[in-house]
Design a protein around this ligand. Structure first.
Ligand SMILES: NC(=O)c1ccc[n+]([C@@H]2O[C@H](COP(=O)([O-])OP(=O)(O)OC[C@H]3O[C@@H](n4cnc5c(N)ncnc54)[C@H](OP(=O)(O)O)[C@@H]3O)[C@@H](O)[C@H]2O)c1
Length: 331
């Protein structure tokens, strides 16, 4: 669906953006991919890395609607990735998080409508479900704006979301941090060993983004049926890979805004959630048209009360190790 199309990516220089561009170029033949972000350094690095004339880099902020609208001209599909995403940073800079994650998302919606884009996919997070920190609250607001944009405005643009859990090796992920801590001090700091977290590779995350862009009728939230692990299992496997019998573990306790378990489908959403193609759940919007409703009629309903990192399939330590060893950053 992306062949000879113009793709526009906000926040395209980040971890998800780099993998998204890589897979778009590998699997499709897009006409142009525009990457819109603020930092010139990351853009220059990415331009050098890909060295592909199909890529167009534009410096801009999602908060700046005028530039965003100009930059988005001619786009067929928009992937909205730009966000402030570190829980402590958002707690300490609340208004900045609102400006980027909420106002920025509304700007993306309005510019997509003005530019008559075909589809917009907003990348959201498990932290947006029953949110407990400001990052989650702003991403939940973003989801609502995106889902409701299908009904709030008269336009042909289709808006949908995807929700992912932790992606290994992305900026700020705990796994590369553990590696660094072991190699530098032969010690790791962990919050709570029993904490559970969803875990997937960037490659898997991007396949969910493509599926959502292809399948969406507008208003759905696509969720990957991700497996989960405990913080203590991650620590154990990382020590096995990089440490030795003297590697120490320091326990810090839960940080402000952190949950013991994450949720990808809440109790309120579960009754309108369908199992889509074995790998995904799709949450049908509360307000929707007959076409969207009918298109999921034949899919089985979710039979869980909610989908959490506690009741998700638990990765064995061997599976976890195999997953980690496939990651590029491990080298
Ligand atoms: N990583 C995960 O585990 C995970 C899991 C679930 C969902 N997500 C979501 O996935 C998306 C991408 O995450 P990521 O891990 O790729 O993050 P990342 O590596 O931190 O990348 C964020 C991107 O957004 C850009 N950006 C930030 N503020 C911006 C602004 N105001 N205007 C324009 N661009 C801006 C950044 O570039 P500049 O700073 O140069 O502008 C960068 O390109 C986010 O929406 C995040 O909430 C991530």
């Amino acid at each position: 669906m992306f062949d000879q199309k113009n793709i526009f990516i906000t926040g395209g220089t980040g971890s998800w953006g780099n993998e998204l561009v890589k897979q778009l170029l590998e699997k499709y033949n897009p006409k142009k991919i525009t990457i819109y972000s603020r930092g010139e350094h990351k853009q220059v690095e990415m331009k050098r890395h890909f060295n592909n004339p199909k890529l167009r880099f534009i410096i801009g902020d999602v908060r700046d609607k005028n530039i965003l609208e100009l930059a988005m001209r001619g786009a067929d599909f928009v992937f909205h990735l730009a966000a402030l995403k570190h829980v402590p940073v958002c707690e300490e800079n609340c208004w900045e998080a609102v400006l980027t994650n909420v106002i920025g998302t509304q700007n993306v919606i309005e510019c997509a409508i003005k530019n008559k884009v075909a589809k917009v996919i907003d990348v959201s997070t498990d932290k947006a479900v029953d949110p407990f920190n400001l990052y989650g609250v702003t991403k939940a607001c973003g989801e609502k704006l995106v889902v409701n944009a299908n009904n709030n405005y008269i336009s042909d643009v289709k808006f949908a979301c995807i929700r992912g859990g932790n992606v290994m090796g992305t900026n700020g992920s705990v796994l590369p941090l553990f590696k660094k801590q072991i190699l530098e001090n032969n010690q790791i700091t962990i919050t709570d060993p029993n904490m559970t977290r969803y875990l997937m590779s960037t490659r898997e995350a991007i396949s969910l983004v493509f599926s959502a862009m292809e399948a969406s009728n507008g208003g759905e939230i696509f969720v990957m049926r991700m497996p989960a692990t405990t913080v203590s299992d991650i620590a154990e496997v990382m020590i096995k890979l990089f440490g030795n019998k003297d590697t120490k573990i320091q326990y810090m306790g839960t940080r402000p805004g952190e949950k013991q378990h994450e949720v990808l489908v809440s109790k309120n959403e579960a009754p309108r959630t369908k199992i889509y193609k074995d790998d995904y759940y799709v949450i049908i919007p509360q307000i929707t048209d007959e076409k969207t409703q009918n298109s999921y009629d034949s899919f089985k309903s979710l039979e869980l009360e909610e989908f959490t990192s506690r009741n998700a399939r638990r990765l064995s330590k061997q599976e976890l190790e195999t997953l980690i060893l496939k990651e590029d950053w491990i080298k």
